[in-house]
Design a protein around this ligand. Structure first.
Ligand code: N2P
Length: 357
């Protein structure tokens, strides 16, 4: 054999060896294809230990990415070019994603643990029969405050946030619906109002609040309030519960005019590459022990009846985070206001934010 032929044979054998090895790894413990699961979730919204446990139990490698608003999540999934297998939007976003054809139908036969969900969180108007989404957490929007830093001021109304004594003392969560909702509710309007005059009135009212607003922030709001960097915050209930775990001087109320009641559900976006694994993950998160551990870790309210029974009594009976029906009836769920109106809410919120800077 000439030198040249020998070299060809070697290159040929080595290349085939490599191709074989790659396909062997793909089919076995090598993490790729059906062996990975890409999850797209809110920040601070799962106990990382549970992701490790899911990986150990299933051999599926989890790739985890986060978002900080429904709007950012919908834009990213809508643009394509991603491979998210599971995501966790809120109700109005689920309704919009369904409309835009961004969600896959779920196979309930692969979700036996669905039986643990409290029926009052099933079959809600944004997703009848839960064809596309499975309850994960729920909660309210309200005011967390530090009684030691607010003098004689007490909180029962949204309008308390406009009190002059709160100059530079308020942190707001960075959410268009939440901040606009606060403005609308403070005027006695619905947080689903679409009348232009009311929306402009709400924006003008929010602008009057700017001297009191220290910053509009993401998940760091919890650390800042717990560390007493500000006296008051507009927050989601579960964040309030976490803040109060860190600093028990703080308290949480849902204003009397009303506020938002929200539901975050697990979905399989149409970008999914591992539909089987996505069902496995959703079913895993519905397991009562898993759901209880997750609820204790993130501080949010679980819709899982069996998990709630496993939580310490002081959590399960805390009406600030598990409000009774009388309170929830005063609250409103965000409607899917349609593409144009949602964009308009965003615009008004951005104008308010820019003014703040
Ligand atoms: C968790 C965010 C929860 C979002 N950091 C409430 N919809």
């Amino acid at each position: 054999m000439t030198q040249l032929v020998r070299m060809f044979v070697i290159v040929f054998v080595v290349s085939f060896g490599l191709i074989y090895l790659t396909s062997y790894l793909n089919d076995s413990e090598g993490y790729s294809g059906s062996n990975t699961l890409t999850i797209y979730n809110w920040g601070d919204y799962v106990d990382p230990e549970l992701l490790d446990r899911f990986e150990d139990e299933t051999g599926i490698k989890v790739i985890y990415q986060t978002f900080d608003s429904n709007e950012a999540m919908m834009t990213k999934i809508g643009q394509g070019g991603t491979t998210f297998d599971v995501s966790i939007p809120s109700e109005y976003a689920i309704s919009k994603m369904k409309e835009d054809g961004l969600l896959l139908k779920l196979d309930h036969s692969k979700l036996p643990n669905l039986k643990y969900i409290d029926p009052r969180f099933m079959n809600l108007s944004f997703d009848p029969d839960n064809a596309y989404s499975i309850p994960y957490f729920w909660g309210t929007v309200g005011i967390v405050f530090n009684p030691e830093l607010v003098g004689d001021l007490t909180f029962s109304s949204w309008n308390d946030l406009w009190d002059k004594s709160l100059r530079n003392q308020i942190l707001l969560l960075d959410g268009a619906r939440e901040v606009m909702g606060m403005g609308l509710n403070s005027l006695g309007y619905s947080l689903n109002d679409t009348e232009e005059a009311h929306l402009q009135e709400a924006k003008a009212k929010l602008l009057q609040m700017t001297p009191n607003v220290k910053a509009i922030v993401g998940d760091e709001i919890k650390m800042l309030l717990a560390n007493e960097e500000a006296a008051v915050g507009l927050v989601w209930s579960g964040d309030a519960s976490e803040i109060m775990d860190e600093n028990d001087k703080l308290d949480y109320i849902v204003p009397e005019e009303g506020s938002n009641l929200w539901f975050d559900n697990m979905v399989i976006p149409k970008t999914a590459k591992n539909i089987e694994g996505a069902h496995q993950f959703i079913n895993f998160m519905l397991d009562p022990e898993v759901a209880a551990q997750n609820a204790e870790y993130v501080g949010y309210s679980t819709p899982n009846e069996a998990a709630l029974a496993l939580l310490p009594e002081e959590i399960a009976s805390d009406e600030r985070f598990y409000p009774d029906e009388e309170l929830t009836e005063r609250l409103e769920v965000y409607d899917n206001l349609g593409k144009r109106m949602l964009a308009h809410y965003n615009e008004l919120f951005l104008e308010f934010k820019m003014h703040k800077k």
